[in-house]
Design a protein around this ligand. Structure first.
Ligand SMILES: CC(C)C[C@H](NC(=O)C[C@H](O)[C@H](CC1CCCCC1)NC(=O)CC[C@H](O)[C@H](Cc1ccccc1)NC(=O)OC(C)(C)C)C(=O)O
Length: 331
C-alpha cells in the first residue's frame, strides 16, 4: 500500500495546527483529524460526545457503521501538554487515510472533551503517530494507525511535508523524491518513552556562527512552535530589536515590524533554515503591533520540541523500520 493526504492549516492567519481528511466505518464517515507524532491515541468526536461539548465538529457515529465493534470494557483518558484533554470508550472499525486502509483500527470515541477542543471547531479529533507505547487505552493498549498499516505499506515509513500557511501532505508507505532536494539525512530515534526523539547537531542565529552542540528533542507535528533550551532562545532574541520575554503573553514577543534573523538547526552534517517569516509566528491578538515568536523556551516543559515551525522548513521521514530513524531533507 501507499497513500497521500493533505495537511491543511486550520487557520488562515497562522499555522496553529493542520488537519487531514480521514474516513471511518461503512459507509465511510469523513472527519478532519490532526495527525500528531507527539501522541499515540486515535480519538474522535462522536455520537457519545455530549451535545453541549460539540460545536460544529463532525462526529463518528459507530451505530451508523456496519463494521464497528465495541471494544468491551476498554476506556481511554488523555491530557496534552497544553492542558487540553478528552476521554471515552473504544470501538474498532475500518479506517482510511489517503487510500491506506486498516480494516480494524481502534477508534477512541470521546465521551468528554475539554473546553479548548469544544471551541476548536476545525479539529474533529487526533490521529496519534507516536509509538504505540504512549497509547492510553486501558486495560489493553492499542496500536496506532501507522503500526497497524505498516506491514501492508510498500515501505514502513510516513513522511511529513508541512507548509507555511498553505496545505502540505502526509505520505504513507513511500518517499516522494519530488518533495525534497539534495539528500535525506537520517539520525537515530530514541523510542523511550514513545516520542520520535532525536538529537540535532546544533544551531545558528541568522548569519552568525553555527554552534555545534547536541540538542535532543521530539519531532512533533501536533505542536505549533519550536521549544528549545533558554540559552539558545535568549541568543536568538538578543538579535531582535525590542524583544522581551512577556509574562502576560507567556513567551518572547517583539514589535511586528522588527527585523528577525533566520534560525538554523543541524541534523548530522545537514543544515536547515527556518526563515524569519516563520519565526514571527503571529500577532498576539488580531491587529496588534506586538508579535509572538515561533521559537520559545522549553524550560517549563521538560523536553525540547521541534514543532510545526521547524517541520515546515523541511521534508521529514518518519522511518518505522527496526530500529526506527528520522530523516530530514531540505525542500
Ligand atoms: C498524553 C501523552 C501520551 C502525549 C502528550 N503529547 C502532547 O501533549 C504533545 C502533542 O503533540 C499535543 C497535541 C495537540 C493537543 C491539543 C490539540 C492539538 C494537538 N501538543 C500539545 O499539547 C502542544 C499544544 C500545541 O502547541 C497547541 C495546539 C493547538 C491547536 C489548535 C488550537 C489551539 C492549540 N498550539 C499552541 O498552543 O499554539 C500557540 C502557543 C501558538 C497558542 C504528552 O506528551 O503529554
Amino acid at each position: 500500500d501507499t497513500g497521500s493526504a493533505a495537511a491543511t492549516p486550520i487557520d488562515p492567519r497562522f499555522d496553529i495546527a493542520y488537519v487531514t481528511p480521514v474516513t471511518i466505518g461503512t459507509p465511510p464517515q469523513t472527519l478532519q483529524l490532526d495527525l500528531d507524532t507527539g501522541s499515540s491515541d486515535l480519538w474522535v468526536f462522536s455520537s457519545h460526545t455530549p451535545a453541549s461539548q460539540v460545536r460544529g465538529q463532525r462526529i463518528y457515529a459507530p451505530d451508523k457503521s456496519t463494521t464497528s465493534k465495541l471494544l468491551n470494557g476498554h476506556t481511554w483518558s488523555i491530557t496534552y501538554g497544553d492542558g487540553s484533554g478528552s476521554r471515552g470508550n473504544v470501538y474498532t472499525d475500518k479506517f482510511t487515510i489517503g487510500g491506506v486502509t486498516v480494516k480494524s483500527q481502534a477508534i477512541e470515541t470521546a465521551q468528554q472533551v475539554s473546553s479548548s477542543f469544544t471551541t476548536e471547531d476545525a479539529i474533529d479529533g487526533l490521529v496519534g503517530l507516536g509509538f504505540s507505547t504512549l497509547n492510553t487505552v486501558s486495560p489493553n493498549g492499542q496500536l496506532t494507525f501507522f503500526d497497524n498499516a505498516k506491514p501492508n505499506l510498500d515501505s514502513p515509513v510516513f513522511t511529513a511535508d508541512l507548509k507555511y500557511m498553505k496545505p502540505g501532505t502526509y505520505d504513507f508507505g513511500f518517499i516522494d523524491k519530488t518533495k525534497y532536494t539534495g539528500e535525506i539525512t537520517y539520525v537515530p530515534v530514541e523510542t523511550d518513552p514513545g516520542y520520535w526523539t532525536f538529537t540535532s547537531s546544533g544551531y545558528g542565529v541568522g548569519s552568525g556562527t553555527f554552534s555545534s552542540s547536541p540538542i535532543t528533542g521530539i519531532a512533533d507535528t501536533g505542536t505549533s512552535l519550536v521549544y528549545l533550551p533558554t540559552a539558545i532562545v535568549t541568543a536568538y532574541y538578543r538579535q531582535v530589536q525590542g524583544a522581551t520575554n512577556s509574562r502576560s503573553y507567556g513567551g518572547y514577543v517583539f514589535p511586528c515590524n522588527s527585523t528577525l534573523p533566520a534560525f538554523v538547526f543541524g541534523v548530522g552534517e545537514a543544515k536547515f533554515t527556518i526563515p524569519p517569516s516563520y519565526m514571527s509566528y503571529a500577532a498576539v491578538t488580531d491587529g496588534s503591533p506586538t508579535c509572538f515568536g515561533g521559537l520559545q523556551s522549553s524550560s517549563g516543559i521538560g523536553v525540547n520540541i521541534w514543532g510545526d515551525v521547524a517541520l515546515k522548513a523541511a521534508f521529514v521521514v518518519f522511518n518505522g523500520e527496526e530500529p526506527p530513524t528520522i530523516g530530514w531533507a531540505n525542500k
